[in-house]
Structures are given as structure tokens and as C-alpha cells.
Design a protein around this ligand. Structure first.
Ligand SMILES: [Ca+2]
Length: 272
């Protein structure tokens, strides 16, 4: 059974134990919406077993308000679900928050000359630069102002604190066009498994990349350069997002359908 968090009963906030103690019984409750959490996704369910309609002591306007409140609660729960899906599990995935400010047009290396010292969320050896860095050929990232390079045999890695499940990894890359070449080859691995080998040409434009993987728990994400010469692939906008299970979408759709049905029945009662 998934975790259940406080549910709404019409106008009244019922608490997590609504099914057991049913504190809404004294109110003019039209429907109850439970909000569940499963695999990081929030979804709603309308209880038919507990659904009841007492004599409308509060009148039609009050019942309409009850329906509206329930719909708003469901909408809020769905928004929570959207936020959960959108949560990027990569810390500082777009490199915009390295922990310091670079001078205009400048760059540094993590673990190398012009030492960055540290880069928030990341470890390894790689250059971090501003989008308008002249020495790097003005990489002009479309994702903010800061990016990194996988240069030669650079490594950029981060331990991801993941729950067991399926995830999408996405990022963008481009090729440095003012020095080195002709191509940079780098591996993308998760938990030591190489999931993709990318080849980025000299001066290549920005491209979106993505793949999916399953994780049993915390795991290491790594971008590792494979060339011995001085070519560079620019990397930015790294994101890892949980992939909801298909059943979750079905339950969300079913919940919305039940809400619509309840609203239609309510309108039918008013028309009688
Ligand atoms: Ca960025």
C-alpha cells in the first residue's frame, strides 16, 4: 500500500487517518480525495466506498463549493506530481552555481592549472568556463552562462542520490571550434556501466542528448573523455529525472475521470 498523506473531504481537511476515523461524517461530504505517494509521484484517488451524500443541509451553493474545493485539492496534488517529476537529481547540473564567480570571459580548471578549487556538486578534472570565454572560442551555451568542457581525457563526475527506479539522463554538447580537434570522444557512464559513447566534431553546434537507465540506489554519473589529443566537447544542462511507471499515469487519468464524473453528477442533481 502506498504512503497516504492527509486527504481532503469537501471543505474540510480530514487528516491522514480519514479512512479509519472518518471525521468528515458529520459534514455534508460529497467526495473524498486521497493523495498518495508512490515512487516519488503524487496522485489522487476518490474513495467510492466512503462517498456519501447526506441531506443537503448547506444547500446547493455549499455543495458546489465542496466540489470546487475537491477539484482544487486534486489539481494541487497533480501539481505536486509534476514538481516531483521535474526534480533534477543532479546538483548544479547546468554549472550556473559553481560556488564562485568567474571574471568576464574567463575560465578555470577543476584539479588543474588556473585551479577552480572546487565546483559545487562535481568532482574530477575538467575546465569550467563562461559562455563568452574567448580562449574557448565563445562556446555560447544556450543553458545559462556557465558550462564545462570534456577536454582530452577530462572526467566530470557526480554521485547521484537516487531511489531505486528508472531515470532519464539528458544533457547538451557542442564542439570547441577554435583549437584542438578533429573530434572529442567521451563516454557517459552510470554506476561504472558505459551507456553511451559520444563523438563531437570540431566546432559542432549544440545538440540535445538523452538516455534512460535504471538505478538500484545511489550511483555515480560520469562523463569521461577518451582522446589523447587536445579536443574539447562542451557539456551543459545535465539533468537526471525519474521516469514514472506507466501505471501511475493510468491512475492519474482514472482519478481525473472520477472527478469529472462527480462534477457531472452534481450538475445533473442541480438540474433535477
Ligand atoms: Ca549552464
Amino acid at each position: 500500500m502506498p504512503d497516504r498523506i492527509p486527504a481532503w473531504c469537501g471543505d474540510f481537511f480530514c487528516g491522514a487517518d480519514v479512512a479509519e476515523h472518518f471525521p468528515c461524517r458529520n459534514f455534508n461530504c460529497i467526495l473524498i480525495i486521497y493523495v498518495y505517494k508512490m515512487h516519488r509521484i503524487w496522485f489522487t484517488e476518490i474513495s467510492r466506498r466512503h462517498r456519501f451524500l447526506s441531506p443537503p443541509t448547506q444547500g446547493v451553493a455549499a455543495m458546489n463549493k465542496t466540489i470546487l474545493t475537491a477539484l482544487l485539492a486534486a489539481s494541487a496534488a497533480l501539481s505536486l506530481g509534476g514538481a516531483a517529476q521535474a526534480a533534477n537529481m543532479v546538483v548544479n547540473g547546468s554549472f550556473e552555481d559553481p560556488g564562485f564567480s568567474l571574471p568576464t570571459g574567463s575560465y578555470c580548471y577543476l584539479g588543474g592549472p588556473y585551479d577552480c578549487g572546487s565546483v559545487n556538486g562535481w568532482s574530477g578534472y575538467f575546465p569550467l568556463m563562461l559562455s563568452n570565454s574567448g580562449p574557448w572560442g565563445n562556446p555560447n551555451t544556450p543553458a545559462g552562462d556557465v558550462l564545462i568542457g570534456i577536454q582530452g581525457t577530462s572526467v566530470a563526475e557526480q554521485m547521484l542520490n537516487l531511489a531505486p527506479g528508472t531515470y532519464t539522463l539528458s544533457w547538451i554538447d557542442a564542439g570547441r571550434g577554435n583549437y584542438g580537434g578533429p573530434t572529442e570522444v567521451y563516454e557517459v557512464s552510470v554506476g561504472g556501466n558505459v551507456l553511451s559513447v559520444e563523438t563531437v566534431g570540431y566546432g559542432a553546434g549544440w545538440m540535445a542528448k538523452s538516455l534512460t537507465f535504471t538505478a538500484a540506489g545511489a550511483t555515480m554519473l560520469r562523463f569521461a573523455g577518451q582522446t589523447q589529443y587536445d579536443a574539447t566537447a562542451f557539456i551543459d544542462n545535465v539533468a537526471v529525472n525519474a521516469v514514472p511507471e506507466p501505471g501511475t499515469y493510468a491512475m492519474l487519468a482514472a482519478g481525473l475521470g472520477l472527478l469529472g464524473l462527480a462534477a457531472r453528477r452534481q450538475r445533473a442533481r442541480r438540474a433535477d
